[in-house]
Design a protein around this ligand. Structure first.
Ligand SMILES: Cc1cc2nc3c(=O)[nH]c(=O)nc-3n(C[C@H](O)[C@H](O)[C@H](O)COP(=O)(O)OP(=O)(O)OC[C@H]3O[C@@H](n4cnc5c(N)ncnc54)[C@H](O)[C@@H]3O)c2cc1C
Length: 451
């Protein structure tokens, strides 16, 4: 393992792997270190939102992602062993409504998603160093030094803590998380093999009471596998039994299935949904990303997706600064842009958890924007097409997809009708003006962002 790199990425979850890919394709030396001996198992964040699929297309992992997964099935409500009717799990989108190829989330178990990301990282020449637990990070004006539970330290110009909700690095930096439990009732989540349930539905067994041992239970067929993801809610304070016997017991108590219908528990975990946001996303040369910066209720499938987009926002900025094309101040816009997005998404996940909001246009993440960002500059006297700060839609003109032009790690200069746009590497409209006008502002802008 190299003892020096430009960017040290701590954690090989979806956030760290995405950042690793983005930096590798820019030719920026980076190293992903992971405390586990393997990628973390479990289907956990299984829903990839349309915006993430667009990001994955740009990063070169879309085909594998589509091949590895499938669409979500409709819900089937059960009571007393009988099917009570189907329930749509998402508010549908009309084709093309949001200018995207994708209108619904795509299901890929998180373990599989991580394998795809890791393979892409390695294809681009990057590596994940396993069995490397960061225990401390020191910084000085020139860089950071990460110390590990075992092995030699690593020196880097910047470090990114993508080490999950319990982030060691965030704690070591003294950055607080402000938030609250979303629900006092703990959840069991397990990847299981079950006989006797069709794979055509997401099976929902609603809460049957509030006394001991009751709560909702849901069993979702995991696309691309023979597994189901089982989620069961328990009363506050329950010490959840994660074993095969424990899973069989809860299934037998709350469904019409027999204990033996659960033939295998391949992975299981328990947690208490909470919503919390880091007070800062940066301390000197160390940035927080993904669950290290924000933790969500799993309802609405937002956490993983928000982490992927943190990485997609930070990658091009680190690349521009490290190659000397942009001033260091560009890095300040990472927190400025991503923290408000996380604050919004946290509120949304909590509202969906409590059934005050539904999964639909907001959870697809296509409408998230950076309109208020200091990187967003509008110089047109009367803006008409494309709002600055918005995600560029995947327009097709004369049979050509705009996304084909935007693909890759660079900025794009685009003239559409009578307007000139600078499109950021992460696909948002950064600057808009009239060709030949505001040229001084345009040059200043280009220097500021490393165009
Ligand atoms: C039941 C459930 C369902 C979910 N459903 C969805 C969903 O449908 N959609 C969605 O978007 N999200 C969902 N989520 C959330 C999603 O799983 C997380 O948001 C996602 O895993 C966060 O990715 P991450 O890379 O930021 O962190 P993690 O996936 O937590 O990865 C962090 C990595 O860092 C490593 N690490 C930790 N500390 C250190 C250290 N000191 N040194 C080195 N390595 C370290 C860990 O081993 C781990 O591999 C769900 C979560 C759960 C529990």
């Amino acid at each position: 393992m190299n003892s020096e790199t430009d960017v040290l990425i701590v954690g090989a979850g979806p956030t760290g792997l995405t950042l690793g890919i983005d930096l590798a394709r820019r030719g920026v030396p980076a190293l992903v270190v992971e405390r586990g001996e393997t990628l973390t198992p479990g289907s956990r964040g299984k829903g990839l939102q349309p915006r993430t699929l667009e990001v994955y297309e740009d990063l070169g992992v879309l085909d594998e992602t589509l091949a590895a997964g499938g669409p979500y099935p409709a819900g089937m409500i059960w009571a007393d062993g009988r099917q009570r009717g189907e329930q749509a799990m998402f508010d549908p989108a009309r084709d093309g409504e949001e200018g995207s190829r994708f209108t619904a989330p795509w299901m890929v178990p998180q373990w599989r998603n991580q394998e795809i990301l890791r393979a892409r990282l390695e294809e681009l020449g990057g590596t994940v160093a396993f069995g490397r637990e960061v225990v401390r990070v020191d910084q000085d004006p020139d860089g950071v030094t990460a110390h590990f539970a075992t092995g030699e330290p690593v020196r880097a110009r910047y470090a990114v803590a993508a080490d999950g909700g319990r982030s060691t690095i965030r704690r070591a930096l003294g950055i607080a998380m402000t938030g609250e439990p979303v629900d006092p009732n703990p959840l069991l989540v397990a990847d299981v093999r079950i006989t006797g349930l069709p794979r055509t539905w997401w099976h929902i067994f609603p809460t049957t009471g509030t006394d001991t041992g009751t709560g909702f239970l849901a069993i979702c067929p995991l696309a691309g596998t023979a597994d189901f993801q089982l989620v069961a809610q328990f009363p506050e304070g329950t010490d959840i039994d994660l074993s095969l016997a424990g899973v069989r017991k809860v299934v037998a108590e709350r469904t019409h299935l027999a204990p033996e219908d659960v033939t295998e528990v391949r992975w299981s975990s328990d947690f208490r949904p909470r919503a919390a946001l880091a007070d800062r996303y940066r301390a000197g040369r160390v940035f927080l990303a993904g669950d290290a910066a924000h933790v969500h209720s799993p309802a609405g499938g937002q956490g993983l997706n928000t982490g992927v987009q943190d990485a997609y926002n930070l990658g091009w900025k680190l690349g521009a600064v490290l190659t000397g094309r942009a001033p260091k101040a560009l890095l300040d816009t990472y927190e400025e842009e991503r923290r408000p997005v996380a604050a919004y998404v946290l509120g949304l996940s909590t509202a969906i958890h409590h059934q005050r909001a539904r999964r639909g246009p907001t959870t697809r993440q296509l409408g998230l924007n950076y309109r208020e960002s200091s990187l967003t500059q509008e110089t047109r006297p009367t803006p008409a097409t494309l709002h600055t700060g918005d995600r560029v839609p995947d327009l097709t003109t004369n049979g050509t997809r705009l996304f084909d032009h935007l693909k890759g790690p660079n900025w794009t200069e685009l003239t559409l009708e009578d307007d000139l746009f600078l499109i950021r590497p992460d696909g948002y409209v950064g600057w808009a003006g009239k060709p030949g006008m505001a040229t001084e502002l345009l040059e200043e802008y280009k220097a500021r962002v490393g165009f």
